[in-house]
Design a protein around this ligand. Sequence first.
Ligand code: PLP
Length: 427
Amino acid sequence: MEKRPFISLEQAQDIIQDIPTPFHVYDEKGIRENARALKKAFSWNKGFKEYFAVKATPNPYLMKILQEEGCGMDCSSLTELQLCEACGITGSEIMFSSNVTPVEDMQKAYELGANINLDDYTHVEFIKKVCGVPKIICCRYNPGGVFELSASEDGVQVMDTPGDSKYGMTKEQMVQAFLELKEAGAEEFGIHAFLASNTVSNAYYPELAGILFNLAVRLHQKTGVHIKFVNLSGGIGVDYRPEDPKNDISIIGEGVRKKFEEILVPQGMGDVEIYTELGRYMLAPFGALVTTAIHEKHIYKEYIGVDACAANLMRPAMYGSYHHITVLGKENAPCDHKYDVTGGLCENNDKFAIDRMLPKIEIGDIIYIHDAGAHGFSMGYNYNGKLRSAEVLLCEDGSHKLIRRAETPQDYFATFDFSEFKSLTEQ
Ligand SMILES: *Cc1c(COP(=O)(O)O)cnc(C)c1O
């Protein structure tokens, strides 16, 4: 499907008056509508709750918007927990799905009363030792082998290899963990698994749900525990490329409902609550990286240099990911020029696009990089002394608001003690 920016050139220019490029901009209206559609798709399940994966976009303003739409937060580190606490998000509003968990992180999750999701069987002993077993506890499952969804109704294949993934426990370990946790005082249990990332098939969640519902039945039969929730985790993807299929959340919700009716209800387990931990699906399309063309270069290829770089959006450099690009104001111009669109890192993989057909770009043109709202800003880093960009919210009423200022050189230097280098600090 054709990809359209959620801001116009005029709106971008208006923001740039206050906040220079590069910046990430988020669409409040889109975020809210999407969160409501998700909630509606699962409204058949009484306890349904989305726990937004904080790591995707850890900004308190965006977290607040999602909280207002009924979402909790999924954390995996101490600072993510602290961010929730600062936003007034605590208790069962938090899912703590971490791995290789440090002591302080586990203690903080316990202290906040979060739903704790144990990544490994050895974490049963670990949690007993460092804080104690909470009344509600979850364990993460890894079925091993290959997870494969053959091209089904929607013609999309999904493949991943849980057998090579570091997360979760085996089925036997799940049984043992539940028995020991029950012994140690846990009263309600959850099951979690994340088997494939960025899926654009409406069949992924129902397939995963089928696996977890069957496991829930087995665990209930083998251990006698009450299964409170099944957490389908993240993994619903977005159409980064114009030709990618787009997930239909109402079809996904209905697919999960069918499995629920088929597997859980006949076992008298119709009270199981469905949780999700979506990150990408909640925010990727509702955030963009806005950057300005500052240089052009003509050697063996044609290059456009922009004022953002992989430090602001790492996915293309790290995974070779495609992010669609629109030159604002040239939405309808013919794409008759082939460019590499690059950032300024001293790294040849710092390219937002390679051999991309775009309209003719002039220096000063404003370039909109799509679908940067999740795993975008948050993966940013400071290589080459590049600074993290600002984050801006396009509010529902059309106004804009700075929701995180850009880093300054002072931020970059903040972890040094310059007292031994007087001349620098005196400047
Ligand atoms: C990253 C992550 C998510 C979110 O994944 P998306 O692909 O953004 O939906 C959810 N749960 C856990 C445990 C994760 O690590």
